[in-house]
Ligand binder design. Structure first.
Ligand code: PEP
Ligand code: MG
Length: 292
């Protein structure tokens, strides 16, 4: 079995009828790039940048971040690397952000909400990302989006940062920018959101939590946390349709993307990319290749 999976390395991932599906890796640290490469990931579909901010006393500097992003895109050698901007807050806390105690952290001050309220933090990360983007195939992705206005504000800041870098003499860096679809609100306005960005990636972990009103961390509710719920599958279908209507690509980067019971359904819906834990890549590729 293992040998059969090994033999898929270096071969393209397409269904029997020739529909190509990108199978990418989710990573949470620079070290994980090794696992992604070992498992022949065709790209990185979700690089959780939080690790740069966690387990330390102060914000990582622009230079520090730039070096990490640059090394990652260089090691991926031309393969796509989608880096998600900080998703601090909720279950991922760093004291120096001074978020304080919240009654409902999953619905609290987090991710792009922090970035828009404290743009000085956001700008540093964007500068590092845009500077690194000329060293490989880098895309930037924004988490926890709920509205068009939020996306417009983000893109405005990104444009300012690009202009600033250019004025400082850096070569033009205009990487693709996409958003995570992981709130029911984003699903419902995905038609409009698709006009604003280059790609979507569906975060089924949070989408399940917010749609079913089930805390993804609460063990007691584990039986209720059901990403196979019809509501979730219908939402995914809706997001794919809206993305394609506007000619943008759509992937799934939540855990559900690695669920091989659903791979065929995702392919039929038209999902372009599945981003999964490195250990699941070959299994998902094998499943795609068996679809007729
Ligand atoms: C998700 O919510 O599905 C996701 C991929 O992001 P995270 O698990 O980091 O919240
Ligand atoms: Mg999420």
């Amino acid at each position: 079995q293992l040998q059969r999976l090994e033999s898929l390395k270096g071969r393209k991932t397409a269904t029997k009828s020739g529909k190509k599906i990108d199978v990418y890796a989710n990573i949470g640290s620079e070290d994980d790039v090794a696992y992604a490469l070992e498992n022949d990931a065709e790209g990185i579909g979700l690089f959780r940048s939080e690790f740069l901010y966690l387990g330390r006393r102060d914000f990582p500097t622009e230079e520090e971040q730039f070096q990490v992003y640059k090394r990652v895109v260089q090691r991926m050698a031309g393969r796509k690397v989608i880096i998600r901007t900080l998703d601090i807050g909720g279950d991922k806390q760093a004291d120096y952000f001074n978020i304080g105690i919240e009654e409902n952290p999953a619905m609290g001050y987090r991710a792009v909400r922090i970035c828009l309220k404290q743009p000085e933090i956001f700008r540093i990360q964007l500068r590092a990302l845009f500077r690194a983007s000329v060293f490989g195939n880098l895309s930037v992705m924004y988490p926890m989006i709920i509205s068009e206005e939020e996306v417009r504000q983000i893109l405005r800041i990104a444009e300012e940062v690009q202009a600033e870098l250019e004025a400082e003499g850096y070569p033009c860096q205009c990487p693709e920018q996409g958003i995570m679809i992981e709130t029911p609100a984003a699903v419902m306005v995905s038609d409009e959101l698709a006009e604003l960005v280059d790609f979507f990636s569906i975060g089924t972990n949070d989408l399940t939590q917010y749609t079913l009103a089930i805390d993804r961390q609460n063990e007691r509710l584990a039986d209720y946390y059901d990403p196979h719920h019809k509501a979730i599958l219908r939402m995914i279908r809706m997001v794919v349709e809206n993305a394609h209507k506007h000619g943008i690509r759509v992937g799934i980067c939540g855990e559900l993307g690695a669920d091989t019971e659903l791979t065929e359904e995702f392919v039929r819906m038209g999902v372009d990319e599945l981003s999964v834990a490195p250990s699941m890549i070959l299994k998902v590729r094998k499943t795609v290749r068996e679809i007729s």
